[in-house]
Design a protein around this ligand. Structure first.
Ligand SMILES: [Zn+2]
Length: 155
């Protein structure tokens, strides 16, 4: 630890809004970037999160894609009485196999493994989706959800 540790340097109190979906997605807020090298230089993490507050439309809106970095995808329910209750059911294709996500859960997607689409099958209360990319420090490196690729290579 440096002699004069400056915790403020590592504190992200204002998220970035750098992910631009190809089309407006109903039932979702714009994703927030909560950690990147732009927010905390040298962090080498890319963390993005967003609320799902209704049945998304279009559905799916995250198509098949792949990353050069390992990714962790977390879906988190928001019922304080049952934190494992996701509030929806999502089919997540990973390496060509369907995962059915209907509980608060986490998926580790190794780099190079194709994943997506994510298709919402049911919705009953709000949940959060987190993307954590280890070693990627920017949206350009992380390209979560493949949104930017679908925009014609604008990264
Ligand atoms: Zn991904």
């Amino acid at each position: 630890m440096p002699k004069k540790f400056d915790a403020q340097k590592y504190f992200v109190s204002k998220p970035a809004y750098e992910v631009v979906p190809v089309t407006e997605v109903k039932g979702r807020n714009h994703a927030m970037t909560l950690m990147s090298n732009a927010l905390v230089p040298g962090s080498n993490f890319y963390i993005e999160t967003g609320w799902v507050f209704g049945m998304p439309d279009p559905n799916p809106h995250i198509e098949e894609h792949v990353h050069d970095y390992d990714e962790i995808v977390i879906h988190l329910g928001t019922d304080p009485k049952d934190q494992e209750d996701l509030g929806g059911e999502i089919e997540f294709m990973v390496g060509g196999k369907a995962l059915i996500i209907n509980k608060t859960s986490s998926v580790y997607v190794p780099k190079g493994v194709k994943h997506g689409p994510l298709t919402w099958k049911k919705y009953w209360h709000p949940h959060l989706e987190f993307t954590i990319m280890i070693g990627a420090g920017s949206l350009a490196e992380a390209d979560p959800g493949g949104h930017q690729k679908l925009m014609g290579g604008k990264k």
